[in-house]
Ligand binder design. Sequence first.
Ligand code: AKG
Ligand code: FE2
Length: 335
Amino acid sequence: MVISEPNIVSTSLPTIHLDLLRAENDTESKKLLSACRTQGFFYLDLTSDPELCKLWEGMLARMKDYFEQPLEVKMQDARGSHNYGYIPVGTEPGPKPETKDGYETLKFSRREFLKGSADLTTAVCSEADYFFSYIKHAHAITIMILERLSTQLGLTGSSRFEADHADPGPSLSTLVLLHYPKHNDSTAPTNVGHLKHTDISTLTLVLAEQWGLQFLSPDTNRWEFLEPRPGHAIVNVGDFLRFKSGGELASIVHRVIPLKERQDEDRYSIVYLIRTNDDVSFNDSTGKTWTAKEWHDFKYDVFKSPTTLDAKGQILTAMMEKNDRMVVREGIASG
Ligand SMILES: O=C(O)CCC(=O)C(=O)O
Ligand SMILES: [Fe+2]
């Protein structure tokens, strides 16, 4: 069982500096491309942007207040949607066969942001503008990363990655606020972490202060923890960018598990998933054509019932992994 193996901490992720990327520094953009090709993950140093770091702090305070409320209150925000509203702990399988997931989430979709109001019931609705201002920042940063990658790859016009994200969309870009409650009693926890997967996104921007995130290292073929670093986001390539780049950029398998047998502190993560517009199409690595919305909807069904809908794990990990080992990257005919 991986959880009881000695913990391995990754030492391979590069750090990309937000200010240098913003300034269109060519060396930094090359470093970015190299990270997306090889590791699929990198640290993004945000310390040059104090406003953003302050937003992070403010969101954490609001998340703590929100998730502390009784379940009945939070359930008033449940909408049965993948893109907005509250979802309680344990609705999907966990990382171990006999477990369910160990997180509750509150989601704000970018659609709500563009519309100017969140479809929520509880008092958190009055805080929506705060989360919306983060969506604005996170969206601008991820678009800028796509611009740098497109330039480095020599893409022009409508084949540039950012072109697939042009407003007004529609798209399913979403801010997901996650809380992994700590385990209190001494019995074996049944709600644990986050199932292994690749992301239904173009890029994912993650802010988290506690340990737990692991990736299946393409260098070592092992599960490695990604150390949380103050003032740094962790960014990863998602399925859409992998498929759109014809397999050139790597959407790497990851999951969340406690550092020890049990989660001994509450874990909070702030995850922005930028997604291509709904009607953008691409081929997966078997040559099958999907629109972004079809891939999104099908993969969310797979998250709920991986063993029935995706027995070979092809969708969950986007054909990147078999039996906890990386599958050698193969080219994909571009869609
Ligand atoms: O909680 C985290 O740190 C990451 C969660 C994740 O992988 C996801 O939401 O796609
Ligand atoms: Fe993820």
